[in-house]
Design a protein around this ligand. Structure first.
Ligand code: B4P
Length: 196
């Protein structure tokens, strides 16, 4: 079992990289952002609750997010491992993830961060906003709000995982293929360790 948390600021490329890594390493990819967007599109009760938070660039409350994540893991309990993309984003979510995985005798193998400068990322998101239809990518104020949320609530997870000796980081600037190569080196190192 290998469970990787893909970590990084909004727009760092978590979703982009997960698309390649899930096939390369045969992992189940769970993007909390994608699950929320699916629920919003289909106007489910969960989607209706999450919509206002996402539109304003705020994090969705932990209670909704944690339950949703657990449901997604349960649906894929035969998986050889998970790629968590955009989860956890708060200390409470990280604690809940550890406790939940422990009930299955699993754990987070490592958290791998994509490092990138805020100004480059804001430009990436504004560019995507021109075509994505994502309301949270179109307005610079909402994008800046996402960075404030990251700094206040998500950045403390770096220390959280460093204290567990599980934090790795790679440079997130470069071509998509170059960044995939950097992440692959870390994952292969982790897999080699697991094999012993
Ligand atoms: P997410 O959907 O997780 O998205 P993200 O942070 O915007 O982006 P990501 O890092 O995946 O970037 P991507 O690859 O798409 O979150 C959206 C919202 O959902 C949150 O703000 C929050 O409200 C809510 N939410 C989600 N999870 C939550 C949780 N756990 N708790 C509470 N709320 C939660 O890439 C971005 C752009 O960059 C793309 O256009 C891409 O093409 C481009 N790009 C990627 N790599 C590149 C590269 N190497 N070079 C150039 N461009 C690149």
């Amino acid at each position: 079992m290998i469970n990787i948390v893909l970590f990084g600021k909004p727009g760092a490329g978590k979703g982009t990289q997960a698309e390649f890594l899930k096939d390369k390493y045969n992992l189940t990819h769970i993007s909390t952002g994608d699950v929320f967007r699916y629920n919003i599109k289909n106007e489910t009760p969960l989607g209706k609750e999450a919509q206002a938070f996402i539109n304003d660039g705020q994090l969705v409350p932990d209670s909704l997010t944690i339950k949703m994540l657990q449901d997604e893991v349960e649906k894929n309990s035969q998986s050889r491992g998970f790629l968590f993309d955009g989860f956890p984003r708060t200390i409470a979510q990280a604690d809940a993830l550890d406790a939940f995985l422990a009930t299955k005798n699993w754990d987070v193998t490592a958290t791998v961060a994509l490092e990138a400068d805020d100004e480059i990322l804001v430009a990436r998101l504004l560019e995507r906003g021109k075509t994505s239809g994502r309301s949270d990518d179109q307005d610079e104020e909402k994008i800046r709000n996402r960075y404030q949320e990251y700094n206040e609530k998500t950045a403390p997870l770096i220390e959280y995982y460093q204290n567990q000796n599980k934090f790795y980081s790679v440079n997130g600037i470069g071509s998509v293929a170059e960044v995939t190569e950097r992440l692959s080196s870390v994952i292969e190192e982790l897999e080699a360790k697991i094999r012993g």
